[in-house]
Design a protein around this ligand. Structure first.
Ligand SMILES: *[C@@H]1O[C@H](CO)[C@@H](O)[C@H](O)[C@H]1NC(C)=O
Length: 280
């Protein structure tokens, strides 16, 4: 029985692989060896499963990181991450797009760890021409350490959409007409790093990293990049440049129920008035 069962699932598996391979041919689907360089942390950064899986780890001596070989100017970037499990307080897993130099642009996801059983914070930010300060933070509606989940960035000349499992959590619109700089001239690379930030990430350094739990490890798989200058992507809900009605509803659901910080409502921080893009 067991033999038949295994044989059968092997056939299914092979079929699955075939279907997977053929469904990937349109877009560029990733192999970590081909698409990324491990940039720091020595053997704390590893690629395995013939390029299908990557891991970063952090111990008391060092964190680790990687970056994409290619640069992108607009596109849809998808990656699945499984974050540091257990007591991850003080660790930060950063996953972002960035250009180079003092007037660089940047689109950030940062995952702030927590003590066991307490929620991660997903921190997002957008930098244009060297200036950030556009933070929104979220709790997630699942435990991001139990399974892989996808985190995506759609970047066009009109807007930036942050997505979690294909649900938009944040929409940052081009507000150049209001005098707000927008990232659209500098190509960006994809970066990720796992590092220790227990001096600020745990509500101003309240909780310290528990090094007896080291090494801390995060996993990456199913990288996919589609470049597009017109905002049209084959695997997105956006055949047009605006979010469709369903996506707008999902965005509102996340913003209403899971957003814990929004610079656009931080009146204390901006006593002279909110940034112009917030008044849209
Ligand atoms: C950690 O958990 C506490 C308690 O639930 C929460 O207030 C905090 O926002 C969480 N995240 C971080 C990074 O401290």
């Amino acid at each position: 029985m067991a033999f038949y069962y295994n044989g059968f699932s092997l056939v299914l598996l092979n079929l699955g692989v075939l279907v997977f391979l053929s469904s990937c041919m349109g877009a560029h689907s990733g192999n970590f060896f081909q698409d990324f360089d491990l940039t720091w942390g020595g053997n704390r950064a590893k690629i395995f499963d013939r390029g299908q899986l990557l891991s970063l780890s952090l111990d008391k001596v060092s964190g680790s990181g990687f970056q994409s070989k290619k640069e992108y100017l607009f596109g849809r970037i998808d990656m699945q991450l499984k974050l540091v499990a257990g007591n991850s307080a003080g660790t930060v897993t950063a996953y972002y797009l960035s250009s180079q130099g003092p007037t660089h642009d940047e689109i950030d996801f940062e995952f702030l760890g927590n003590v066991t059983g307490q929620p991660y914070i997903l921190h997002t930010n957008v930098y244009a021409q060297g200036k950030g300060g556009r933070e929104q933070q979220f709790y997630l509606w699942f435990d991001p350490t139990k399974n892989f989940h996808s985190y995506s960035i759609i970047w066009t000349a009109q807007h930036i959409v942050f997505l979690v499992d294909n649900t938009p959590i944040r929409l940052f619109k081009n507000a150049e007409s209001l005098g707000v700089p927008y990232p659209k001239n500098q190509p960006m690379r994809i970066y990720s790093s796992l590092w220790n930030a227990d001096d600020w990430a745990t509500r101003g350094g309240l909780v310290k990293t528990d090094w007896t739990k080291a090494p801390f490890t995060a996993y990456y798989r199913n990288f996919n990049a589609q470049t597009s200058t017109n905002g049209k992507f084959s695997n997105g809900a956006w055949q047009n440049e605006e979010l469709d009605a369903y996506s707008r509803r999902r965005l509102r659901w996340v913003q209403k129920n899971f957003m814990i910080y929004n610079y656009c409502t931080d009146y204390k921080r901006f006593p002279q008035g909110l940034p112009p893009e917030c008044r849209q």
